[in-house]
Design a protein. Structure first.
Lengths: 456, 165
């Protein structure tokens, strides 16, 4: 990095205290608005948040066959996951080691041997260099030829129950440790079929004009549901009413957001910045998975895990992925493009072997709410962009009032439900009508501790 | 069945009218162009040149097996309660390369190319792709029994709704 830029960034890091108010005993927590608009802070967070530890890369079902590949990014770095001839998965920089050309140009494909378009170096699906063009003509030193000219592996790559994670650096906690007790909740997404889970064809992506942390906050923000998604709730209510009056059938059976109020819900924050929301679904039988429930119990999945498969819940994996079950399952991958532009990739996760009727319902629920073409997600995106046109446009507005709700309710350590599950969150908040905003703290404290590392 | 010039003109009139209804925000005139049991489908993409092709097994951007979903969207637009529609872009539909690819009495398959230029908050945008219609004769008029819209630029800026398709 340019020395001048480095000096600027170091001075930013040394001012980290200026970006946070974190004094819960005095009832105060806040985050400076520059975290959402400052391009220099953005460069720092790419380095210390996204490129310093684990990020979510994809699901194993996205590359099922030998020689399949899937490209993505860790922070700013293009990477490729490949399945070799023997079926083993590995992840590399998506870069030819010769001149640095991008090697795999498509999002996904199948390629037993990939040739760099520039000087025709060739690589097999295990990342080995299998041809160095015109090597027989000499011109290279013996020392060079004894070196490794294969693709460069990323620092760490692991598969947890089909979900693939990677880190550019090798000195990171084990994935098991990094996920910690969020594993209980991830298992409720991973164990829905004896045959495993799959990403359904039809990945959808969109961009929005706003900082990536708005997406992180929104998915944990229960307070917004009844206002931002009022039209969605009304439409769902009218479908139900028509069906009840036998005036038509409800072909979607989406979660009625209004029916959730008054029922138990809560949030947890965990080590490493992960957060969880959970709620109570009064109409579990409307879920696509309901018809597979008996099979799940019969094949020995923990009854408590099965029970949690039918709760609305979100796992916010720090920093770049969200497991969402507010209707059917969705994985949301967050890719920051700049301080004020973000690309989202949305994946529909489903149990393999699902009956056709359940699959149809899953898809209708998914398309109804999610994606840039649904009737709920666009309302969230519009609000992020209105923040950009509003408070973030005025450099004089440094602080907002968006972290206060539920402050009286949050407790250190596990609540009763967490004890029943056997997990040990850093903080818990639960009850009826809490619509908690304290859950964001866990995310920001981890963000801050990552940035503190930049000081040394 | 012979496709007469008169039929070609009727088809072109219908497709142009559909775009004009959306551009002029005549939402209920637009709805009336569709059969109550219309299949309205915007597939997603699963490869560089391949869209999803099984709405009950793969993800679509939009899939409705009747007109109700379209009516819900129009209600949302008109409700003034949807943050995504506090402002609505000015839109300009262009429909061209219209081909009648199959014709039997009372039923036509029509394919066309389309683009919608739109403008909102001092920014211009563009969606473009292909239409694939099944038209049916009802009460002396052609109505839309099926419409499949392929959106080519599917990394969507912010969000997309029926008036941009």
């Amino acid at each position: 990095m340019d020395a001048k830029v480095r000096i600027t960034l170091e001075s930013l890091v040394n001012r980290l205290d200026d970006y946070f108010i974190d004094d819960p005993d005095a009832g105060r927590f806040n985050v400076h608005r520059d975290l959402f608009r400052d391009e220099e802070l953005f460069a720092l967070e790419m380095e210390h948040v996204f490129e310093a530890s684990w990020v979510f890369l994809g699901h194993e079902s996205q590359l099922p066959e030998p020689h399949d590949y899937l490209t993505t990014h860790i922070g700013r770095q293009p990477v490729v996951i490949m399945r070799d001839e023997g079926g083993e998965l590995a992840a590399f920089l998506n870069v030819c080691p010769h001149r640095g050309t991008r090697l795999y140009p498509q999002r996904s494909g199948n390629s037993p041997v990939q040739m760099c378009p520039y000087h025709a170096w060739c690589f097999d699906s295990a990342g080995n260099n299998v041809k160095l063009k015109d090597q027989e003509l000499g011109c290279y030193t013996e020392e060079f030829l004894q070196g490794d000219h294969g693709l460069i592996s990323i620092g760490q790559f692991e598969n947890y129950q089909g979900f693939l994670f990677g880190a550019l650096r090798s000195e990171v906690p084990t994935l098991f440790e990094y996920l910690g007790d969020t594993r209980f909740f991830i298992d409720t997404f991973a164990q829905q079929s004896a045959d495993g889970m799959e990403i359904l064809p039809g990945e959808v992506s969109y961009t929005y004009e706003g900082n990536w942390k708005m997406q992180v906050e929104n998915t944990m923000d229960i307070y917004h549901l009844t206002s931002v998604h009022a039209t969605f709730a009304k439409i769902v209510g009218e479908r139900q009413a028509r069906e009840n009056e036998a005036a038509g059938s409800d072909k979607v059976k989406a979660v009625n957001l209004n029916s959730l109020s008054g029922l138990a819900s809560g949030t947890y924050t965990f080590d490493h910045g992960h957060t969880v929301f959970w709620g109570t679904d009064p109409a579990k039988e409307n879920r696509a998975l309901w018809s597979m429930r008996d099979d799940l119990l019969a094949r020995g999945v923990e009854p408590l895990t099965v029970d949690w498969m039918f709760r609305p819940r979100v796992i916010n994996f720090f920093p770049n992925m969200q497991f969402v079950d507010s209707a059917s399952l969705q994985l949301r991958i967050i890719r920051p493009l700049s301080a004020q532009k973000t690309e989202m990739t949305m994946l529909c996760l489903a149990p393999k072997g699902e009956p056709r009727e359940g699959r149809r319902r899953r898809l209708r629920q998914y398309e109804d709410f999610y994606n840039a073409s649904g009737i709920a997600t666009p309302d969230d995106v519009a609000c992020y962009e209105d923040i950009g046109h509003g408070g973030l446009a005025a450099s004089s507005q440094d602080w907002i009032q968006g972290f206060a709700r539920g402050m009286e309710n949050v407790i250190a350590g596990p609540d009763e439900l967490a004890k029943e599950i056997g997990i040990n969150p850093l903080h818990s908040s639960s009850g009826v009508q809490v619509q908690d905003e304290t859950v964001f703290r866990g995310f920001y404290r981890e963000w801050r501790s990552r940035m503190e590392v930049a000081k040394s | 069945m012979t496709v007469t010039t008169e039929i070609r003109e009727q088809v072109a009139d219908l497709l142009f009218e559909e775009g004009a209804c959306l551009d002029q925000q005549r939402w209920h005139d637009w709805l009336a162009l569709f059969s109550p049991d219309v299949e309205y489908w915007v597939p997603a993409w699963k490869g560089p040149f391949e869209t999803t092709n099984d709405p009950d097994g793969e993800v679509s951007l939009i899939y409705y097996s009747d007109r109700l979903g379209l009516e819900e969207r129009i209600w949302r637009l008109e409700s003034s309660s949807s943050p995504a529609h506090r402002t609505i872009p000015r839109t300009c539909h262009s429909v061209n390369n219209i081909r009648i690819s199959h014709a039997i009495p009372g039923q036509l398959r029509v394919e066309a190319n389309w683009r919608v230029d739109f403008y909102e908050q001092k920014q211009a945008g563009l969606c473009f792709g292909y239409y694939d219609y099944l038209l049916e004769k009802f009460d002396q008029k052609w109505i839309i029994a099926k419409k499949k819209t392929t959106l080519l630029n599917d990394c969507i800026p912010s969000y997309v709704d029926i008036y941009q398709l």
